[in-house]
Design a protein around this ligand. Structure first.
Ligand code: ADP
Length: 177
């Protein structure tokens, strides 16, 4: 990313994050509230590279971040190799499996693929600070929170597009400079 002088002083994380007001909601996974079929449907209905994991849709409390490719590989492996894992199997991102009804199919435990400390900024973090962190840590994305609630996501491309808008340049020319 380009030096931070490219940035307007006044840009905040909330100005750059997705979703925008008119966009569909942030696509999130709940830590123990979805089954394999629901997770597959969510992943297949979007092209996002990753999905935040939250405690529940109501709380939007952040648990971690899962990469799309890790999800797809793990589900595929489990369906092939793990006895009894079917679309109705509960997907569990928590440390302990919640009690399941006796007739339930075996759960799919995916705690191991969750990044439990994804980088986060608050909605009011200045973008020059956020860009600095992206550059120093080599981030691909970071999550945006307000108090304990997850609000959105900023990818490296979102930042490049925002910078291009400010300077009226083609994002590719910034990326490949
Ligand atoms: P990139 O920005 O590199 O294309 P993605 O494909 O992951 O990366 O994201 C595409 C767009 O969708 C970006 O604007 C990003 O902010 C947004 N986005 C990424 N993940 C999600 C998600 N889980 N839910 C909603 N929007 C997302």
């Amino acid at each position: 990313l380009e030096p931070k002088e490219e940035f307007e002083q006044s840009s905040l994380a909330v100005d750059v994050m997705r979703p925008r007001r008119a966009d569909p909601a942030l696509a999130t996974l709940t830590q123990d509230g979805m089954n394999v079929g629901e997770v597959e449907a969510l992943v297949e209905s979007t092209h996002y590279s990753g999905f935040p994991v939250v405690v529940s849709q109501e709380s939007q409390r952040l648990v971690g971040f899962v990469l799309r490719r890790d999800l797809l590989i793990s589900i595929d492996n489990a369906r092939k190799r793990q006895e009894g894992v079917v679309s109705a199997s509960q997907v569990v991102f928590t440390e302990h499996t919640p009690p399941l009804p006796p007739e339930a199919p075996p759960p799919l435990r995916l705690r191991g693929i969750v990044d439990l400390s994804p980088f986060t900024v608050t909605d009011h973090t200045a973008m020059d600070i956020t860009v600095d962190i992206f550059r120093k840590l080599g981030l691909r994305q970071c999550l945006v929170t307000h108090n304990v609630r997850l609000l959105g996501i900023i990818t490296k491309k979102d930042i490049l597009k925002h910078m291009a808008q400010i300077s009226n340049r083609d994002p590719d020319s910034i990326l490949f400079n």
